[in-house]
Design a protein around this ligand. Sequence first.
Ligand code: GAL
Length: 729
Amino acid sequence: MRINRRKFLGASGALLQVQRSAAQPLPAPQQAHPGVWRFRLGAPEAITPVATRHYAPAAAGFAALPALTACPVSVSGSASRRGYLVRIPLAANEIVYGLGLVRIPLAANEIVYGLGLQLQSLIQRGLKKRLRVNADPKMDTGDSHAPVPFYLTTGGYGVLVDTARYATFYCGHKDRRGAPQPVTESVPAAIGQDALPAAYRRYRFNQATEVLVEIPEAQGVDVYVFGGPKMCDAAQRYNLFSGGGPLPPRWGLGMWYRVKNDYDQEEVVKLASEFRDRRIPCDVIGLEASWETHAYSSTFVWSKKYPDPARLVKSLATQSFRLNLWEHAFTHPDSPIYQSLLAHSGDYDVWGGLVPDFLDPEARKIFSGYHEKEHIALGVSGYKLDECDNSDFTGNWSWPEVSSFPSGADGEQMHCLYGARYQDTLQSIFEKRKERTYGLVRSAGALAAPYPYVLYSDLYDHKEFIRGVANMGFSGILWTPELRNANDPEDLIRRLQSVALSPMALINAWYIKNPPWKQVERNANNADRLAPDWESVEAKCRGVMELRMRLIPYLHAAFVRYQRHGMPPFRALVMDYPDDPATWAVDDQYLVGESLLVAPVVAGQSARNVYLPAGDWFDFWSGTRHPGKQRLRVTPPLEQIPIFVKEGSILPLAEATLHTADPAAFRLHAQVYGDSPRPTVLYEDDGSWRPSLAEVTLTWDGARESGAVSRSGSGGGPRYVVTTWKAVG
Ligand code: GAL
């Protein structure tokens, strides 16, 4: 057995040594980008995520990451009658904390994360996942709106298997005869029993093992390895390889509200005015199915309910609202583009409509051309791209895997690629017009990071939705734990808090007539039976939405770092603290940007534990300072979602405005946490296609207790002004 030693610095600054066991034959990998290696195994298929990609890697970003000389893991593969099998070793690590004489050995295998939207599990080690595209899976099998054949490990590297097949990942728990046997089955004390879920034994501590990836049909595959040395570096490399994260327009980071699916133009205008009158923050109003003459399948033609869409867009714009349109791709025979798409679609229909082949440039041109002329040219800001996943669990309405498409893709490949190719078909309109958009999509896959689209689901378990926020940072995808109706006002407010601290603050009222704070119960809401105390519920909801508005400059800066450096703005704790085993299983908290740790509460929970990693943390609400590396018990009042600010941060909070265009949204209150905080950098964004983003740096002089603002570059657009400074704690 070959032992290969790697060394890197842990988050605590302590030297970590990892002894890796590996025993696989090595095809020589090629360095594709700094710290990114490609193993070409056998004869890869022609249609894969990399082969059909739209964005080139964001090459400039790699320079800021640590230089690496060797590929951190070996990969091997073999063809069989079943397809192609890839093997990637997982180490039985002996992690040694400390320097010199102080050595605290901790037996712990690499823990595996990622594989896309896995709502029911954060840790993938010990699980079998078949990455099949599907809406609303209820079991933890790998079926997902957005499965991604990419994983990251606490060993500090990531692996992308470049396939558009329903690949099966066995994440380190299969006993191959002759493989090393586990030394111990018990959880090492240093990890702590409550740090891992009950099924921890699956993780097989101290056993060298491997990830097996079986790809049906294929006789070869490219496997990309993204080096660290830390997990977060590997995630950044993957996101940069994908093209870097998106930078949403500022309005995209405001509040979103989707109206009931049968609303008409007048009802939309009325609701928009009501929002402004009642001081409900909102930047984007989304229409659901009723705007089209036919929706299942879609015509993309404005219905009689919307007699003057241009006027609607204009009148909403005067109140600083943007308009977003729901649709799916299935093209109804009455659609003006049906005939021209016919030769560029799959051989099976869905809901009586064509399935455009978005791998075919002609289909993309026809589809995007019509959308530009009929919607975007009127001022529509973007789309919600529904039902581009698959439907084994929801009535099986989608195209079968046996379909064939003019591009040569079969139905399985098309399912794996459809979300991303649909996004870039519409993205081509915005690119051409040099406009930015932000929207929703119900499927995504590999290399999705650059798309300004956020994933959502008809599933509705609040805990799973929170896990989604933490989980998606591993896979280069944004996710919204959208709010619809609720069991009671507590459920409503707790859900809204999670929404406010997520990539898209979306209220998706597609099946309720009145805003949910007027009546949480769906039938009563639709019968206009409003709750007697709805105004007090509305006030609490307003408070939550105002918190979102106050965080926009901070969130915007986090997205700039996603675009430039590939750093996910929302991510699980383990991403930043992989050498702290107590973070490994934390799936009900997440990090936002550089300074915030969020621990949402679900209805019925009067208290919860919050794990604070190394360093001191300040309670956002009370300003109380807490040392890290501890589990804290918190009892947050209903109005408060637990948020902790990292010691050494300057947190800029904007005024709470009704929309992002209000000049007051640029007036900041700087809160300072700790005596000598790091400078905070914000970016001034004029909303243009490629904004120059002047850098605004906030610094704090602890001795003098005074703050300063400096600016470099010119950004155009409104300027940030810090109106107050406050030293907290
Ligand atoms: C679902 C979608 C919902 C809503 C609904 C309208 O597929 O997930 O958010 O848009 O369609 O019919």
